[in-house]
Design a protein around this ligand. Sequence first.
Ligand SMILES: [Zn+2]
Ligand SMILES: [Zn+2]
Length: 305
Amino acid sequence: MSFTLKILGCSSATPTTKAHPSAQILNMEEKLFLIDCGEGTQVQLRKYKVRFSKIDHIFISHLHGDHFFGLIGLVSSFHTLNRGKDLHIYSPKGLKEIIITQLKITKTQLSYYIHFHELKGNEPILIHDDKKLTVTAIPLKHRIKTFGYLFEEKQKERKLNMDAVLNHEVEVCDYRGLKLGKDYTDNNGNVIDNSVFTSNPSAPLKYAYCSDTAYYPEITKWIKGVDLLYHESTFLDELKELAIKTGHSTVKDAVLIAKEAEAKNLLLGHFSARYPNREVFLEEAKLYFNNVEISEKGKDFIYNN
Ligand SMILES: [Zn+2]
Ligand SMILES: [Zn+2]
C-alpha cells in the first residue's frame, strides 16, 4: 500500500508570490485529508488539480493566521459550488467562533453542514476512526494551543496464496477465515495450517504532521516508527535562541525528534523567509540524518511498503 503527500505550501508567516503558507493534502486509503489551510490554499488546490469535492476532513494545527487564513475562503467556495456533503473540521478551540462569526456577518447560509471538532487537553486524542485508518491529534508545544496529527492505516488482512487455495479446492466461503488467520479443515477432516494458504500483509503505514512546535521530545513516544514525519524547521541551528523565543524548531531539533521517534523518513517545512535558498535546510539536516527531504510546493512525496 502507499500514501501520497502533496505540499501546497510550506513557508512560515506572510504569503508572497513565491512563498505559500502551510497546507498539504494527504491521500491515504483513497481518502483526501487537508492539513492546515494557510491563505491561498484554494488557489493552490486548483493549481494542482485537487478536486474540492473529495475533501471531507480538514485538520487545522493552530490558530496562527499562516495555518488557517485560507479556511473561510474555502468554506465559502464549497458553498458557491453547492456542496451538499457534510464537512468535518478539527482544530483547537476558537475556530468555530471565528468561522461562524464570518458567516453570520456576511449573512451566508451554507448549503452544507460543518461539524466542528474542537480539541483540548495535553494527551493524544483519537479523532477519526474508519474501516481503513485512524487519525490521532497530538499535543505540540507552541505559543498557543497546537496539535499535530498522526494518520495510521489499520492492519490489513492476510494475503491469500491463490495457487494453494485452488490446489486444495478451498471454497470461496472459506476465504474470509483464511484472511483472518484461521487454519483450514478439508473435507476429510484434516487441519491444514493457515500459513500454507496465506502470507503476512504489508505493515500499516503511518504519517505524522508536527507544525508548529518548539523542540518537544514528549511527542516521540506517540509517533514511534512513523514512515514519514513532517516536522517544522523554521530556522537553521544558528538561530536556536530565536527558535526558543518564538516556539519554533531548528533543523537540528527536527532531526533529534526524527531520530528519537525512529522515523523512517523526515520531511522538513515551515521555512522562515530569511532563507531564500532552502537547500541550506537540507544541507544542515544531512549532517545528522540520511533519509531527509525538504518540502517544496506542488511536489508529491510518495511512501509505500
Ligand atoms: Zn506557522
Ligand atoms: Zn504558529
